[in-house]
Design a protein around this ligand. Structure first.
Ligand SMILES: Cc1cc2nc3c(=O)[nH]c(=O)nc-3n(C[C@H](O)[C@H](O)[C@H](O)COP(=O)(O)OP(=O)(O)OC[C@H]3O[C@@H](n4cnc5c(N)ncnc54)[C@H](O)[C@@H]3O)c2cc1C
Length: 455
């Protein structure tokens, strides 16, 4: 049985370990932090951001038989509820056919994935082991024990870097010849806030939706948890007016929150304590190339391609990476280098397209979801999808509810948006979307389509 090392026991590292173990490898996972399941023993529930899982991530979980166990920890969200400053709430369904994304605590998801990885007979997980050195020639990785500061070198046939956006494996690859790398921080950061249950078994807000309070330069987002609480993220600029830097006192915070989010502020009882407990978290886009070093090392998940969370895709993409990589390893059973090459060649264009798209969409989510022109456009898109599901599929649906390659979805969307832009210039278009003329426009646009072949 050949030995492989996975650096990072986060979401992607745990799932990858399951996939690799099922391929017959002896898998050693090294995680710099302590076991994410420690909360269960201590009974102390530490705060965690929530993620939304969609078809791509769920398909990758399904392939190793753990989809249903994960879904038991999640709350389905069928749409967005947009909260206006005057308290008016608008509902936007995610799809016309009752499609839902799944809201789940990242910490609980990580703990569940750690259970699945640990349950594999040929996986061993080593906590509080930080990767500090990688030798690509041997190949080997060196880990420092957080408790003793002692280091140990581990040799393996291949080293997988699933160690997130600030990957240690990647930083060692950066020193190898012709390795390209870039990172771009988003101008805003977020702080985590909690809305506890409104009473026994009662959610503080409608649990069937993501709740968004868009306010131009900043926003609040709330996700339902299965324990009837909501996890919220308050996104603010780092500097300037109404920013992490400018809000320094409890009085200042309360004044800002009451003015900006009057219907939310009363639902967050520990607002000041939570806000001032930690500094704001940053978010970044990472691009790296190549993702593999011969057949000795491979970057996967955020370590290879961190994206902004505007489409809720980082973990979904990382899980889908595992599924796609597994397909390539199956196809090239005796040639891992060929498997890595094919995986990267087919996957990279999609992740590059997503990186750009997520930056654009984050600005849109922050600034435009309450804008009447934007809402009108979304309503027309939904109507087109309702009337012509064979010819018009909203980008969000292609990304969240299909496994169409991201790049293909982006290309189809560009052609669809040209049609929507022309429709929006036409008189009384709302009354005319069901005419043969509009269908013809969509048919013409679709003829330029690349089709929807899964990666
Ligand atoms: C605010 C926010 C909202 C998000 N929302 C969504 C969403 O709705 N849907 C979605 O799909 N994604 C979402 N994401 C993205 C998602 O969280 C990430 O894409 C995902 O966690 C990436 O998984 P990963 O395993 O690649 O990296 P990580 O989750 O970062 O895990 C990396 C692991 O490696 C360990 N590690 C790091 N360095 C070392 C080292 N030197 N040695 C050993 N171990 C190491 C870390 O401790 C960690 O456990 C969101 C992200 C943010 C910030």
């Amino acid at each position: 049985m050949s030995q492989v090392v996975v650096v990072g026991g986060g979401l992607v590292g745990c799932l990858l370990a399951v996939y690799l173990a099922r391929r017959g490898h002896r898998v050693l996972v090294f995680e710099r932090h302590e076991d994410p399941r420690a909360d269960r023993i201590s009974g102390v529930r530490r705060p965690s951001i929530n993620l939304t899982l969609c078809e791509r991530g769920l398909a990758a979980l399904e392939a190793v038989g753990v989809r249903d166990q994960v879904l038991r920890l999640a709350v389905p969200a069928l749409g967005r509820r947009i909260h206006a400053p005057d308290g008016h709430v608008t509902y936007q369904p995610y799809g016309n056919r009752g499609e839902a994304i799944q809201s789940i605590s990242r910490r609980e998801l990580n703990a569940a994935l750690m259970d699945f990885a640990s349950a594999e007979p040929n996986v061993s997980v080593h906590f509080q082991q930080k990767c500090v050195q990688v030798d690509f020639d041997r190949p080997s990785a060196t880990f420092e024990d957080a408790r003793t500061s002692e280091t140990s070198e581990v040799e393996a046939e291949c080293i997988f870097g699933a160690d997130g956006a600030h990957s240690a494996l990647r930083s060692h690859l950066q020193k190898t010849d012709r390795f390209d790398y870039s990172q771009q921080y988003w101008t805003q950061g977020y702080r985590e806030l909690t809305m506890p249950p409104a009473g026994p078994m009662r959610w503080p807000l409608a649990e069937d939706s993501l709740h968004i309070w868009p306010r131009g330069g900043y926003m609040l987002i709330g996700f339902a948890n299965h324990d009837h609480s909501f996890s919220c993220a308050l996104h603010l600029p780092f500097e300037g007016e109404n920013s992490h830097q400018s809000i320094r006192t409890e009085a200042g915070l309360m004044e800002f929150m009451r003015a900006a989010f009057p219907d939310a502020v009363g639902l967050i009882p520990n607002l000041a304590a939570e806000f001032f407990a930690a500094r704001a978290n940053s978010m970044l886009t990472v691009r790296s190339k190549p993702w593999h070093h011969g057949d000795e090392a491979l970057l996967i998940g955020d370590a290879a391609h961190a994206i902004l969370p505007s489409y809720g895709q980082g973990a979904n993409a990382g899980f889908e990476d595992c599924l796609l990589l597994d397909g390539c390893l199956e196809k090239h059973k005796h040639d891992r280098r060929a498997a890595f090459q094919e995986y990267e060649a087919s996957r990279r264009p999609s992740m590059d397209a997503m990186a750009d798209l997520c930056i654009e969409h984050f600005a849109e989510l922050r600034d435009r979801v309450a804008d009447p022109a934007f809402l009108r456009q979304k309503a027309i898109e939904r109507r087109l999808n309702e009337l012509h599901p064979d010819l018009y599929e909203p980008l969000y649906s292609m990304i969240s509810f299909t496994r169409r390659p991201y790049l293909d979805a982006v290309r189809v969307e560009r052609r669809q948006q040209e049609v929507v832009a022309r429709l929006l210039e036409m008189d009384r278009i709302e009354e005319r979307v069901d005419t043969p003329e509009v269908r013809q426009m969509l048919e013409d646009a679709a003829r330029g389509s690349d089709g929807g072949v899964a990666e």
